[in-house]
Ligand binder design. Structure first.
Ligand code: CMP
Length: 139
């Protein structure tokens, strides 16, 4: 059965360009409720741990540098079928391939600076949400 939470990051470029509000608006219009949210600046060690699954990939070091280049906004989103529905709302990883109306089509500039992260499975949504939020920060 599909889970009812997903986890998202609004990435450094999107935050610095002032897209946090417009992205949250799209998330709201997409029918998601915010279950937890905060703004923070990742350390290198934290980014390395969060993206550990990608550590053998050629883009890993660049990804860690990028994600520690400025503040990010992290959130847990609630909705029936959250993981799949949010991936539809954000569009393809490569914004050049993202469909019209998606968050990445509107706000991303490259595969790396692709505006937002979205969990790829219910299992990862739970792991990622727990990475950033204590139980007392979740509603
Ligand atoms: P995200 O959803 O945060 O998960 C891993 C990130 O790695 C992904 O978004 C992209 O920003 C980045 N990424 C994935 N593939 C590539 C790639 N081929 N080159 C550079 N960055 C990538």
């Amino acid at each position: 059965m599909a889970g009812n939470i997903t986890f998202t990051i609004i990435k450094p470029t999107a935050v610095s360009k002032g897209y946090t509000g417009p992205i949250l608006n799209k998330i709201h219009e997409g029918g998601f409720a915010i279950s937890a949210m905060k703004m923070l600046f990742l350390t290198t060690g934290e980014a390395q741990r969060f993206y550990e699954v990608h550590k053998e990939r050629p883009f890993y070091n660049d990804l860690v540098s990028y994600m520690t280049s400025g503040p990010i906004v992290v959130a847990i989103l609630k909705k029936e079928n959250a993981v799949e529905d949010y991936r539809k709302l954000i569009g393809a990883t490569d914004p050049a391939k993202a469909e019209e109306g998606t968050i990445r089509k509107a706000f991303a500039e490259s595969v790396q600076a692709n505006a937002v992260h979205g969990s790829d499975s219910d299992e990862n949504a739970a792991i990622e949400a727990t990475f950033f939020f204590a139980d007392m920060e979740r509603f």
